[in-house]
Each structure stands twice: as C-alpha cells, then as structure tokens.
Design a protein around this ligand. Structure first.
Ligand code: CMC
Length: 427
C-alpha cells in the first residue's frame, strides 16, 4: 500500500498526503494538493522542499556522497574527463568510444563565437567584473543563434547545449583578454577543452604557447568537480527561468547571475579576498574569532555547505589536485597558500566549526589552485560558471523534455490588510 502522511489541523478533518519514494534518499511528502485545502507550506530557503523530480545528480550530505547519474564523483575525477561528464549529465549514460569521439569533436567545433559578438566587449569598461560581462554576453547569444531557440524541438535543445558548453571557455577567456587590452585568441580544435581554455587565456598571437599537462589536468578537474550539484541556487534559478519558456541562453545567463553571489559561486573569489584581508598566519586566530562572533557578519569563506554536513567529497578530490599543482609549480612556500593551510588546520580543530560541521568546501581549494595557476581572482567565479554549464543545461533539458508547469511559489503575507487610499492632503 502506498505510504501517506496525515496532517491534522485543529477543527478540521485530517488531510492525507501521499509519500513519494525516490530510487535512493529520503522519502518526500507531496504537499501539492494542500492549496486546494486552503493552505500553503512555508519553507524559507527551501530547506525542506524538493522542488522537482530529477534523475541527474544525487547527494547524501551526511555521508559525503555525490553521484552523477549514479557514478561517484571520486571515480569520475579519477577515470573520466570533463567532456565525458558533460555527455553523462546530458545523456544519462557514459559514451562508448565513438560517441565520446563524436561529442568531443562537436564541442571543439562549436567553440568560436559569432564575430559580431566580439564587438560587444567594447561596450564594457576594461575593469568591468567578468561575471557582469558573462551575464551580458551569454544572454546575448540568444540574439545570434536564432536557429536553436525552439525549446519544443529536441534537436534545437541539443544544438544550444553544445553551443553553450563549447562557447563558455571562449567567452571566459575573452573577458580576461579584454581586461588586459590583449587580442582575443581564436580557439584551437587540436587542443582538449581545458588546454584550449588555457591557450585562449594565456597565449598570445606573437609566440607559441605550450600547455603544462599538470595544469591542464587540474583545470579539467576544476571544471568537472563543478559540473553539477542538483538543485542548488543557480540551477534552481535556471529551472525557474526555463519554466516560463525562456530560451536556453537567457536561462543560463540567469544561472550565471545567481551563481555570482558570495554564498554560492562567488565564494571562491571571496576566499582569496578573505586571505588577503587576513594577511598573515599570525592573524588567523583573530579572524576565526570574528567568524564565531554572532554580532559580526564575517564568515569564513570556503567553509560550510547547505547540504554537506560531514565533508564535501569534491573538496577531498580538489585538495589532492591542489597539492599536485602546488608541487608542480614549486609554490609550497607561497605565504598566502601557507596561510590558507593554517586556516584550514585551525578551523578543522575548532569546536565551533566541528560542532556545526563546517568543513572546507570545494571553493576553498579551487580558489587556491586557480590562484596558483595564475587565473585572476575576479575570474574565479567565471571558472565555476564554465564548469557548471552542463549541469544547468542538463536540468533545463530534463525539465523541458518532461511535463512541467511555470514555477510560482506563494508567500506568507505580513503586510497591511486592505486599506483605503487617502488623497495627499489627508495623509
Ligand atoms: N563561517 C562561520 N560560521 C558559519 C559559516 C562560516 N563559513 N557557515 C555557517 N556558519 C554557522 C552559522 O552562523 C550557523 O551558526 P548557528 O547555528 O550558531 O546560528 C550555522 O553555521 C549554520 O549555518 P547556516 O547559515 O544556517 O547554513 P546554511 O546552510 O544556510 O548556509 C552556506 C550554507 C554555504 C551559505 C554557509 O555555510 C556560508 O555562508 N559559507 C561561506 C560561503 C561559502 O563558502 N559558500 C560556498 C558553498 S560551496 C559552493 C557552492 O555550492 O556554491
């Protein structure tokens, strides 16, 4: 017999609510019928709310588990690469050899952007934040690729997905080049996704550019570890925007906007800003004290997570890559990186952090790696956005190809009840 929950409200007959079971994870009480009974549910921050059904990514925050289409992130990080994970997220299965080769080929042959889009950059100040530029230019893709905007057409959705995944690194590198006043680099189809990005970022037309394989692997891993994270704030934003029927480029631009905040993707940039502010290992104690002070808004950036209350499995893999990159670049004695390690050690031992299960999250280590690679701090969240693009598209596509309704939450109204308008001379 199907399980149900019984809701008892004083003075009313009990209301039976169906309980839904997923393939794994907690059961979910279906409250969608409550509105017909005259009630809404109240859950600020969606702490207890499943907003949709999804078969893409599973997280068990208490056990520190992250699965993409069933595959553990540790196995993917060890044995796969970013584009293969993109394929997996989009298609539900790992590709065979020819599917993989085709996918890689298709992505590398969509990396150029419309030549006229390059002119858009001139409208931005050179010191504009690259996330501001990304929101603008990714949204603007919908003004260029009219032939893939029909969201009801599966082929159009697929082409848009390829275009977005392929063009994100090109646009990201263009943001950096624009800030330097250097020429934009055209993509190279003979390079892998991560190598091509590094080439467009750090190469110039005057000399050959050799990609360091350790750095390319680290970059690929950063993209992969950010590829998806079920219904996080930016993915939920993409779904909400998509539920109105908006085109995919506009939806991904909305995801980039949501990602920008320091509580979400902006945390990797905020980690480095915080390390700058702390300045020296001798001041770590003072800042840890500030983070614990309830009257002080300061938080340790790169610590804590809404879902992971044990450890962030992505952070564990990222820490390993962090060690590899620091060793390769001989940066083990960099003062800021030493400071980061000191902060990590103290916070991991401090009762306040231990009791609240606040562990370093993925952004703590990715920030350190990106800094070591030479990616400017204000580009960190753009790296996150590039990695998260396949996840955003996979969720958008899953929603659009199934049955969905416009996302439209309700509220607990606490404003004035009805009152009559007073003419200005009577106020
Ligand atoms: N430093 C100090 N105290 C913290 C921190 C922190 N970084 N994070 C949470 N707390 C405390 C918080 O004050 C609260 O204490 P109390 O129970 O005494 O009131 C308790 O821990 C629970 O925190 P919360 O704010 O209720 O937790 P949340 O799930 O709403 O927030 C979070 C999660 C990630 C926004 C938060 O931990 C945070 O602000 N962390 C720093 C920003 C950061 O690193 N964000 C990146 C997240 S990972 C990448 C991504 O998914 O985007």
């Amino acid at each position: 017999m199907a399980k149900k929950a019984r809701l008892t409200i004083e003075g009313r007959d009990p209301i039976d609510l169906p309980i839904l079971a997923g393939t794994t994870g907690p059961d979910v009480i279906d409250v969608s019928g409550l509105t017909a009974q005259g009630y809404f549910t109240y859950d600020p921050g969606f702490v207890s709310t499943a907003s949709c059904e999804s078969a893409i990514t599973y997280i068990d925050g208490d056990a520190g588990i992250l699965l993409h289409r069933g595959y553990p992130i540790e196995q993917l990080a060890e044995q796969s690469d970013f584009l293969e994970v993109c394929y997996l997220l989009l298609n539900g299965e790992l590709p065979n050899a020819s599917q993989k080769a085709n996918f890689d080929f298709t992505i590398s042959h969509h990396t150029m952007v419309h030549e006229q889009l390059r002119v858009f950059f001139n409208g931005f100040r050179r010191d504009a934040h690259p996330m501001a530029i990304m929101i603008g230019v990714v949204g603007a893709l919908s003004a260029f690729y009219h032939d893939s905007l029909d969201i009801a057409d599966e082929h159009h959705r697929r082409v848009s997905a390829m275009r977005l995944i392929a063009k994100m690194p090109t646009l990201a590198a263009m943001c950096y080049k624009y800030s330097l006043g250097q020429p934009f680099m055209y993509p190279r189809n003979d390079l892998s996704y991560a190598e091509n990005f590094l080439y467009m970022m750090f190469g110039n037309p005057c000399e050959p550019f050799v990609v360091n394989p350790v750095i390319a692997k680290a970059m690929d891993r950063i993209f992969m570890l950010h590829a998806d994270h079920e219904q996080n704030a930016s993915t939920s934003t993409v779904r909400l925007a998509g539920s109105t029927g908006a085109n995919p480029f506009a939806c991904i631009a909305s995801g980039i906007a949501a990602l920008w905040g320091p509580s979400h993707g902006g945390a990797n940039e905020a980690v480095l800003t915080m390390l700058d502010e702390i300045g020296d290992a001798s001041r770590v104690g003072e800042f840890v004290k500030k983070a614990k002070d309830k009257n002080d808004p300061f938080r340790l950036m790169g610590f804590g997570h809404r879902v992971y209350k044990n450890y962030d499995p992505r952070a564990r893999v990222m820490k390993q890559t962090c060690d590899e990159v620091l060793a390769e670049l001989g940066l083990g004695s960099d003062p800021q990186l030493k400071l980061a390690m000191e902060l990590e050690k103290i916070a991991l031992e401090d009762d306040y952090f231990v009791e609240r299960k606040l562990y370093p999250n993925v952004d703590f280590y990715s920030g350190i790696i990106l800094k070591a690679i030479g990616i400017p701090v204000n580009m960190f969240t753009v790296m996150f956005a590039t990695g998260r693009t396949p996840g955003w598209i996979a969720h958008w596509n899953e929603m659009i190809s199934g049955s969905y309704r416009i996302g439209r939450p309700r509220q607990l109204y606490t404003g004035h009840p009805h009152r009559d308008f007073l003419p200005v001379d009577k106020r």
